[in-house]
Ligand binder design. Structure first.
Ligand code: C5P
Length: 232
C-alpha cells in the first residue's frame, strides 16, 4: 500500500461526518471511523462512507479474550473496510485468533494492525499506572514484534517509533501513526507528536490526523497541506 494521510473522523453523528466529507468535493480521502461514530451510528455509517468511495480504517481497538475477538472480527470482515485494529496488549493468542476471524472464506481480509501503546500514554503513566517499568520504546518494539510474529500487517505507533519498528519488523510492516501536528498547531492531549514532514522522514507509512484537519477553519486546505508535507 502506498503512503497516505488518513483523516480521523471523530464526530458524534453520521450527519456531521457526511457534512464534513461533503467539503472534500471530488477528493476521496482515506478516513478513520472510530468508536464514537461507530457506537453512535452502527455499521450503516461504514457502508455509507464506503459507498461514497472512501477507503476506511475502522479503529475499534479490540481487546478481549481470543474467542470473543475472533468472533467480533468475523463480523467486521463482512464490512468492506480496508484496515482494522486491536490492542497488542491482548497477547499473541488474541492476535492470531483475530486474524483467523477476519479472514473471509475466499481468503481475502482487511489489513490488521495492532495498537502498541497509545500516543497519549507517557513514560510516567506506563510505569506508575500500567506497572511496566521499561522504556516506552522497548515496550513498543516488543509489542510490535509480537504483532509481527502473530502475522499482523503492522502497528499503530508514534511517528517517533516508526523507524525502529521497521528495523525490528521489516520495511513492509506498516507503521500507522497518529500524534501528528502542524509545526504551528496545538498538540492537545497528544504527548509524542511529530509534524507530517517529520513523520515522513521517520518512515511512517500512514499518518492519522484528526483535530488539525477536522477543527481547522478550512479542513480541505488543512488536508491538502498535510498531504503535501507528508508525501513531498
Ligand atoms: O485529533 P488527533 O489528531 O489527536 O486524532 C488522532 C486519532 O488517532 C484519534 O482518533 C485517536 O483515537 C487515534 N489514536 C491515537 N493514538 C493511538 C491510536 C489511535 O491518537 N495510539
Amino acid at each position: 500500500m502506498a503512503k497516505d494521510v488518513i483523516i480521523a473522523c471523530d464526530f458524534a453523528s453520521g450527519e456531521e461526518t457526511l457534512a464534513f466529507l461533503d467539503r472534500f468535493a471530488g477528493e476521496k480521502p482515506f478516513v478513520k471511523i472510530g468508536m464514537e461514530l461507530f457506537y453512535a451510528e452502527g455499521p450503516q455509517i461504514v457502508r455509507q462512507i464506503k459507498d461514497r468511495g472512501h477507503r476506511i480504517f475502522l479503529d475499534l481497538k479490540l481487546h478481549d479474550i481470543p474467542n470473543t475477538v475472533k468472533k467480533a472480527m468475523r463480523v467486521l470482515s463482512g464490512l468492506d473496510v480496508d484496515l482494522v485494529n486491536l490492542h497488542a496488549a491482548g497477547t499473541r493468542a488474541m492476535m492470531e485468533a483475530a486474524l483467523e476471524g477476519l479472514t473471509r472464506p475466499d481468503g481475502t481480509r482487511p489489513l490488521l494492525i495492532a495498537v502498541t501503546q497509545l500516543t497519549s500514554t507517557d513514560q510516567a503513566a506506563l510505569e506508575r499506572e500500567l506497572l511496566i517499568p521499561r522504556p516506552m520504546e522497548e515496550v513498543v518494539l516488543a509489542y510490535a514484534r509480537n504483532a509481527s510474529a502473530a502475522g499482523l500487517d503492522g502497528v499503530v505507533c508514534s511517528p517517533l517509533e516508526a523507524g525502529r519498528v521497521h528495523e525490528a519488523c521489516g520495511a513492509g510492516f506498516l507503521t500507522v501513526t497518529p500524534g501528528v501536528r502542524f509545526a504551528d498547531g496545538d498538540s492537545g492531549d497528544q504527548k509524542r507528536v511529530a509534524t507530517p514532514a517529520r513523520a515522513r522522514e521517520l518512515g511512517s507509512d500512514y499518518i492519522v490526523v484528526g483535530r488539525p484537519i477536522t477543527r481547522a477553519a478550512d479542513p480541505l486546505e488543512a488536508y491538502r497541506r498535510c498531504v503535501k508535507e507528508f508525501l513531498a
